[in-house]
Ligand binder design. Structure first.
Ligand SMILES: *[C@@H]1O[C@H](CO)[C@@H](O)[C@H](O)[C@H]1NC(C)=O
Ligand SMILES: *[C@@H]1O[C@H](CO)[C@@H](O)[C@H](O)[C@H]1NC(C)=O
Length: 246
């Protein structure tokens, strides 16, 4: 009986320690222009989906490949910030590339792309963060009859998932989720998210909010521990889940 009481007390007193698993999160967003300020989902992610207390920094860089992001010094800043923030917060790093790597002029082969992603995630983990590989946001150009979104990042999507699976890194499939959503709402509704007329790659501020919510919903679904550090918008999440324009 005494033992049982002690056990119960042990469980009760362990509770506050357990709660500390819900630590604040510091987000570091690594990627190209589809993550970056002014055209990507990153700023809206930090601004509209991250609960009070948690925060982060958007290191998305317009035009970046997995090679230039390192060569230009952005990746070193991500690693430095992991060190600065990991005592106070759980640091999570999203890693999303592909739009520029895939260009024939990039000088980055598909194999190098995979190696670079693997190195980013490995180094983030070693530095004390949780890396999440993110498959590239879809472009929003339709073709064919019936019109469907052109899947021109499928190789990069598959390569990103292969890197995650081979090395046991977490990932979210933003490519398929964004493709499904854009297919569901159609070209006219999808064009409302364009940064400029006819720019079907980059997002205007509201497009950023919508696709950041897709990112957030995917993250929370995959990593339930993020639920308590996420600011919800059930209305927006429901529209996205139903494939309705938001
Ligand atoms: C990507 O993987 C899917 C299976 O998940 C496959 O159906 C598709 O053909 C692959 N695409 C490319 C371009 O490799
Ligand atoms: C939540 O989403 C709805 C539907 O898209 C939108 O109208 C509203 O402004 C959003 N609320 C906030 C606080 O962003």
């Amino acid at each position: 009986m005494k033992l049982l009481t002690l056990t119960i007390l042990g469980v009760v007193s362990a509770w506050p320690i357990q709660k500390r698993a819900d630590r604040l999160v510091y987000w570091l967003l690594a990627g190209d222009s589809t993550t970056a300020p002014n055209g990507g989902w990153g700023d809206a992610y930090l601004g509209t989906t991250v609960a009070a207390g948690s925060s982060g920094h958007n290191y998305g860089h317009s035009g970046a490949t997995t090679a230039s992001f390192r060569a230009g010094g952005d990746w070193a800043k991500v690693i430095k910030d992991i060190g600065t923030n990991k005592d106070e917060s759980d640091v999570w790093v999203t890693i999303q590339f592909g739009h520029n790597d895939q260009k024939t002029t990039s000088g980055v082969t598909l194999d190098q792309y995979k190696t670079n992603l693997k190195n980013f995630a490995t180094e983030a983990k070693t530095a004390g963060a949780t890396p999440v590989l993110v498959t590239p946001l879809t472009r929003r150009t339709f073709s064919g009859k019936p019109a469907k979104v052109v899947e021109n990042l499928a190789e990069q999507r598959n390569a990103t998932i292969a890197v995650a699976n081979t090395n046991s890194f977490g990932y979210i499939d933003l490519n398929i989720a964004s493709e499904n959503y854009v297919n569901a709402i159609g070209q006219t509704a999808a064009d409302k998210y364009n940064l400029a007329d006819g720019d079907r790659t980059h997002l205007n501020p509201w497009g950023g909010v919508v696709f950041a919510r897709i990112v957030s919903d995917l993250l929370v679904a995959k990593f339930p521990q993020l639920d308590s550090v996420t600011k919800k918008n059930e209305t927006l999440s429901a529209l996205i889940a139903a494939g309705k324009p938001a």
